[in-house]
Design a protein around this ligand. Structure first.
Ligand code: C6P
Length: 408
């Protein structure tokens, strides 16, 4: 493994023992741990500036408003958005995807097609099923290739599927079970050629490498703060200005209206139009601190570290008897999903927990993909900036212990 700065001291939670063993946290795909800098930003905000935003005329409210809007500008810079107004704060990826799916559904008609893929997380699948039901549009899926989905998306099939009837193409940037990064810029370019609106689910990718929404050429992009060292309860819907301006508001109420009378209301422009009620102020401030933290480490370097760990894990796990590994053998991003025919994933995770390991077991909100691959559940190890090669040794040893117990 190439050298990588030891950042573990930045993460207070990692320095504990679980069931008598040092904690080995390999579940960052579910949620990432928080560095001191993010925790400190939250404490500072609550201790010094806490107030509501965009409403008060007193000092605290103005400071909170400035900090909230500065966070929007920081996130816009992190994404290389054209302007801060393209950043809508939401509760998370799921919230962002529901917002955009409901908004786009208003423009869909029977005969229109929503295209997505077979590898989507439920959060980028169910909202489109709902949008199809509400509008009469047809939902189609780009297939995945290979018995273990190691071939990624079937790009030849995509050519057939991307007809002028496709009005929306929604796809994941980085699969949370396969560990593969889709060629998002190319997918957006192909979708644009038929006039489709593109929606990218960047939940797993945004904190794990460089991401430039203008270079991707996407119309919308969704992610959560908590998977990139930020707090829970904060997410982002990025929308290209021209697209956001055409999207109807989702939730209505205070904060998003320009004026109201007893007959009706007029909306503020984006992004406020999509932020009804008191927004997640502390979350946005914590997210901006997470952007600072990740940029200071270097996002190219984070991507390399993730890839090195995932590759090492794949190579160390592959020789285990009877293991089935999902996704590509090389070029994978920071996670590995695997299954044993004779040991249930929940048993694997429970045994690993006894050894101090945090893994994830189940369908990972990918039920249709699991079913297609003939699997009920898998175990996942996912990596981030604080993980080390030595922790992969602990993982392998724990799996060997589990297999020995079940196989004798
Ligand atoms: N995946 C995982 O362990 P929320 O829950 O809204 O922050 O993110 C939803 C989501 C959407 N898309 C992808 C690709 C995701 O991976 C996730 C969250 C977690 O894989 C929890 S199921």
């Amino acid at each position: 493994m190439p050298t990588w700065p030891d950042v573990r001291a930045d993460f207070p939670i990692l320095h504990q023992r679980v069931h008598g063993h040092p904690l080995v946290y390999l579940d960052s795909g579910a949620t990432a741990q928080k560095p001191r800098a993010v925790i400190a930003a939250l404490v500072r905000y609550y201790e010094q500036d806490n107030s509501n935003v965009h409403r008060g005329l007193h000092a605290l409210s103005m400071r909170a408003t400035d900090a909230y809007e500065a966070a929007r500008a920081r996130v816009a810079q992190f994404l290389h958005a054209a302007e801060p107004a393209e950043v809508v704060f939401t509760r998370g990826t799921t919230d962002s995807l529901n917002l955009v799916a409901r908004g786009l559904a208003a423009d869909l008609r029977p005969g229109d097609v929503i295209l997505t893929t077979e590898m989507e997380h439920h959060s980028n699948l169910v909202p489109w099923q709902q949008a199809a039901q509400a509008s009469g549009a047809t939902l189609r899926y780009v297939p995945v290739l290979g018995a273990n989905a190691e071939g990624g998306l079937d790009l030849a099939a995509l050519d057939q599927l991307l007809t002028p009837q496709v009005k929306v193409f929604a796809f994941t940037h980085l699969s949370n079970t396969l560990g593969l990064l889709n060629p998002a810029a190319d997918l957006c370019r192909r979708a644009r050629a038929v006039g489709a609106v593109t929606v990218v689910d960047a939940a797993q990718s945004v904190g794990h490498g460089p991401l430039d929404v203008q270079a991707l050429g996407c119309d919308f992009l969704a992610f959560s703060g908590h998977k990139m060292c930020g707090p829970t309860g904060i997410g982002v819907l990025y929308g290209r200005r021209a697209r956001l301006d055409r999207l109807p508001p989702d939730a209505t109420g205070g904060g998003m209206v320009a004026s109201v009378d007893y007959e009706g209301a007029r909306w503020k422009p984006a992004p406020e139009r999509f932020e009804a009620g008191t927004p997640p102020i502390a979350g946005a401030i914590g997210l901006a601190a997470a952007c600072d933290y990740l940029d200071a480490l270097g996002r190219e370097a984070i991507a390399r570290h993730d890839q090195d760990l995932a590759q090492l894990a794949y190579e160390r796990l592959a020789p285990l008897p009877g293991i089935r590994l999902l996704g590509p053998a090389t070029g994978r991003r920071g996670l590995v999903c695997f299954a044993f025919a004779d040991v249930h994933a929940h048993d694997v995770v429970t045994f690993a927990d006894e050894d101090g390991l945090a893994l994830r077991g189940g369908h990972h909100c990918n039920q249709p993909l699991m079913r297609k691959l003939g699997l009920a559940s898998t175990t996942r190890a996912s990596f981030y900036v604080y993980n080390t090669a030595a922790e992969i040794d602990v993982l392998v040893a724990s799996l060997q212990r589990t297999l020995k117990f079940f196989r004798g």
